[in-house]
Design a protein around this ligand. Sequence first.
Ligand SMILES: *Cc1c(COP(=O)(O)O)cnc(C)c1O
Length: 254
Amino acid sequence: MNAMPIPPSTHTAATIRDNWLQVCADVATACQAAGRSDSEVTVLGVSKYVDPPFAMQLVEAGCQQLGENRPQHLWAAHQAMVQAASSNPALAQVKWHMIGHLQRNKITRSLPMLDCLHSLDSLRLASALSAAVVAGRQLPGQELSVLLEVNVTSDQAKTGVVPAEAAKTLEHVLELPGLRVDGLMAMTTLAASQAQTQREFASVRELRDTLQKQFGSSAHLHQLSMGMSGDYPLAIAEGATLVRVGSRLWQGIL
Ligand SMILES: *Cc1c(COP(=O)(O)O)cnc(C)c1O
């Protein structure tokens, strides 16, 4: 983040638009190569690197879903967009995704802004989220969409539930009111070979397929959140439905 917010110029707006269109074109190409419809894949614009005015340019370019990995940045970006929405109603329509670890003491403030939490990485977090959704529910049956974060790498330091524990965790989460588990999210090993990254994406999909079979109609695990700037075409080839693209969208800006 810049120390002092710099308003975007027409030049940066054009750069952001070009980046957005290029990413959309890459997604269409990857979908076509995989025999998938590009309506199956949503590009999540990861706005954590930039100040709100730049994220607004991305929305104006056509990106309707944004992701943040830190609650404080989510709050600031969300507030800035709500304030600016009087001059551009599209900003009020943005859907916000939390893609980083959410500490339990940040739940109450974050919850009203969130459309989806990708980083459900423990039962403790799930219970706290469930309680907060139920307590703050304005409509009966209102639910938060969550993705179970799984760690398919061999790195134990990474966040997420290991595959051997995924079924047990999912079973408990499915019993909690106020949460709707829509699928899985994963981070792959940083700077791995393409072959390894591909194997990790494939193992996320296979884990999803296994869990779906096991839970049948009690779960609807249709979302696979995987793939970032360096590997989103590969993730799409392996079944991603949500790609989390950050730095590629800010190329030429940062
Ligand atoms: C930052 C971040 C991304 C985007 O990464 P890029 O490589 O910049 O596209 C995706 N997912 C998560 C969880 C992140 O924190």
